[in-house]
Design a protein around this ligand. Structure first.
Ligand SMILES: [Fe+2]
Length: 325
């Protein structure tokens, strides 16, 4: 199989999380700005973004494989991809059925596993575009927002799930299944230590990011939600901070994908990220290998460094050092 295969995968439709501390997780999701709706499964809680990207939350249960997070007590149990039509769904089931178990449940969702044993599923996409006013910015001599104040947000209301990041032992190996079997494309990479891949030629810079983790094994690292603009990143992050949650990194701007971000430690076994103004790409995007750049996590940030100490020292110093090299 090659990248020419087109299963018309549109993006992440639902992430299923099993957690140790259910009440904390539900409070976090609410503070994050997700909207809780009625769940379609027993004993689980379903939250949505504006475009109906979904997060399902339930009590982790090590006795039930479907409710057992991969690699940690709290974390992701399954990623569900949205596809455009039934023909694509059927084609994916056939492709995966060549060498692994495929289960099609009552509502037609196709369940299987990738080569690392991560649970993956596919269904007709339930996300849909919801129009909203485009944020306008005033540049010198080129004003776009006239006689109107800039947007303010009490808290964020994420528009969509943007991407998922997973820590693994060998990122370059982990992506092969998605590239070779599902037709994903590489957008950028840090050699084979971190690989950003997307499920469709046009659209998001990446939907999945596999990185070599600090600790051995496979585990959820973070989930990113796209918000409308940088104002919503900041207002949303301030609200989360005010509710007692802890910043993991940010606010700042990524070097890769250009997104403005703010990450928080979450009860989901990893971080959740607000992101705005990410690169949008087409088949003409030229992927870059950033392996030679030492400080690639951020283009800039305020003061720091990830709260777990994996990136040390003020970014301004790191950046200056990098520029001197
Ligand atoms: Fe991210």
């Amino acid at each position: 199989m090659t990248a020419a295969k087109n299963f018309k995968i549109k993006g992440l439709d639902r992430i299923r999380f099993g957690v140790e501390k259910l009440e904390d997780a539900l409070r976090f999701a609410d503070d994050w700005g997700l909207i809780q709706i009625e769940s379609d499964h027993d004993n689980s809680h379903l939250f949505v973004t504006i475009d109906n990207s979904q997060v399902e939350i339930f009590q982790a249960d090590p006795s039930n494989p479907a409710c057992t997070p991969i690699g940690s007590p709290s974390g992701m149990c399954e990623m569900v991809w949205g596809v455009e039509d039934q023909a694509s769904l059927d084609a994916i089931a056939t492709e995966l059925g060549r060498d692994r178990e495929v289960i099609i449940d009552a509502d037609g969702t196709v369940h299987s596993q990738d080569d690392l044993g991560i649970r993956i599923a596919f269904r007709i996409a339930q996300r849909s575009y919801v129009p909203f006013p485009d944020t306008q910015f005033n540049s010198p001599s080129q004003p776009k927002r006239v006689n109107s104040r800039a947007p303010r947000y009490k808290k964020a209301q994420p528009y969509e799930i943007s991407h998922l990041a997973i820590g693994v032992d060998h990122a370059g190996e982990a992506v092969k299944f998605y590239l070779e079997r599902l037709g994903f494309l590489v957008s950028d990479r840090y050699a084979d230590r971190g690989v950003f891949i997307r499920c469709s030629a046009e659209g998001n810079h990446h939907h999945l990011f596999f990185m070599n983790g600090k600790a051995p094994g496979t585990r959820f690292n973070h989930l990113a939600f796209k918000v409308r603009d940088i104002h919503e990143v900041i207002f949303g992050g301030q609200h989360i901070d005010s509710q007692g949650w802890t910043t993991f990194a940010g606010p700042g701007r990524h070097r890769v994908s250009s997104a403005c971000f703010w990450y928080f430690l979450s009860p989901f076994g990893g971080a959740w990220e607000y992101a705005a103004d990410e690169d949008i790409v087409t088949e003409d995007w030229e992927s870059t290998d950033f392996a030679a750049e030492a400080h690639i996590f951020t283009e800039w940030t305020f003061g720091l460094e990830k709260s777990d100490g994996t990136l040390r020292g003020p970014i301004s110093q790191s950046k200056a050092q990098a520029l001197e090299d």
